[in-house]
Write a protein that binds this ligand. Sequence first.
Ligand code: ADP
Length: 572
Amino acid sequence: MSRAKAIVVILCALYALVSLLAGWLVYRYAYLETLDQLEETGRIRVQQASDRLMGQLSGYSYLVNLLARHPLVIRSVVDGVPPEAADDLLIDSVLTYGADRISLTDADGRLVASSSPETERDQIEGTVDTSLLRAALNGRLGLEAAFDDDGRRVIRLSRGVLDGAAPAKGAIFVTIDVAALEFEWGIAPEAICFFDASQTVFASTRQSLLRRQDKGLGDGDPRFEPFPHRALEREGGHEVWSFSEAFDLPQRALVVTRALPQVNMTARGFLDTAPARTAAILRGLLTTTVLGAVGLAMLIAALWRRRMADRLAIEAAVNARLEERVERRTSQLKVAQDQLVQASKLTALGEMSAGISHELNQPLAAILNLSENGRKLLDRKRFDEAGENLGQIAGQVQRIDKIIRNLRAFARNEGEGGEPVDLVAAVDYAITLTLPSLEKDGIALSWSAPERQMLVDGGEVRLQQVVVNILSNAQDAMVSSDIKRIDVMLKTDTGEAVLEIADSGPGIPDPTRVFEPFYTTKELGASKGLGLGLSISYGIIRSLGGTLSCHNSAHGGAIFTIRLPLTDRAVQ
Ligand code: ADP
């Protein structure tokens, strides 16, 4: 594995670890927060249950106080009135207030009257609790929660019977069946248990938990079933009991405790922590999932960017190779082109030399013939004919001179000087030069010179040379034309001088090629030219900053156009 890959793997592992840790922290925070809310709910529920129980008991404490002050009760213990009347009162009270039983004793604890005189008198006598009697005789409200001989859960209240002043002459006892109290509680969503001093469930919202003793480490009271075995934990300041065998209790329960010193009991509410845990786990998982998804997206983006970078690098390398190849090929092409140009030059030179030698050979052969003939004519004293021959020799020499001058003009490219030239005058002079020859061939030329000067940059002679060349080409083209006419027009157009020379000849056979050097439709070697005239003219006009173009007119003749920039627009 490469070093970069190892770093990526380590970073991914770290990120996964951080995501898991964040998920766990969120779970923990959410769990503890929900436990806080659960504790608050439990506190309210336990308080409500305690208040309800204490409320029920306060009704009976009112009853015991009322009976202790009842004149019949007082007379029963003080004067020893027949007990039947008191029995009736107590039976009435039991029926009215829903107590289990009510009994009246004297100060020594001997039964004076009872709500169940016949059946239970003997049993009751034995059940009078000395601590309750003592509390009553001492002027307190006696209260005791106990399991009676039948295993029933009862709460007993006692109050001393005073005859005006202490000491008490007797005591009244009210016994309440706790099951009857529970009956009024209705169904509660949570398990709430009231533990007595021996940690036995004395009252509860769950019947299955009643009489179960939280034995702790010892054996406890053998009469009672053990309370489900539990392990005590503390979570964020909350008491959580987890049960291995839970009966009617949640497996993990948040326990809210409230002491009830008035009845010497402890109330405990058991609230299920499972929903809180499930909600917290979901939030933790969600956090981890979201972080994981973000991490995955980041990883994919990074990998994608890396792949793109790799691809770009590959493309750059391919491009570099391609460029290198193109450069190599270009230089090879350049070499090939140079060789081609060289070859073309040689070919052109060959063609040119062939043309020149052909051109020069004819007048030279003619001069040779004429001079030999001239010598013979002189021998025969035919001086007139010899003179004619000499004239013809001079003509041939002039032709040779013309050919050589053309070649020199083609070879020469330099300018004639920067002096402005009047194009009107140059054209006019060129026409003057050509006109006699044109007229000899029966060609009509129309030319109306503009009155104003048209100053252009360039050499006057070269401009005349161009115009003469175009006019003589027109003259050559119209040899066999019925109508022989040349129109010369000179005008200005947006800062340029425009010269148009149109003829009535057959038109240009191939307008795209006429400016090529050595392009000619005339028979090579004929006296007219070498196919250099227009290419020289084209070069001259270009060197003056203008253009030379040609096209055929709709009527068939050729039109040559020269455009040259005017040097001084003020004189247009
Ligand atoms: P050359 O006159 O020696 O042939 P040029 O370069 O002057 O060389 O002309 C090239 C060719 O252009 C001519 O051979 C002819 O075919 C064509 N050409 C020039 N002027 C005209 C014209 N006015 N009408 C028809 N063809 C023309």
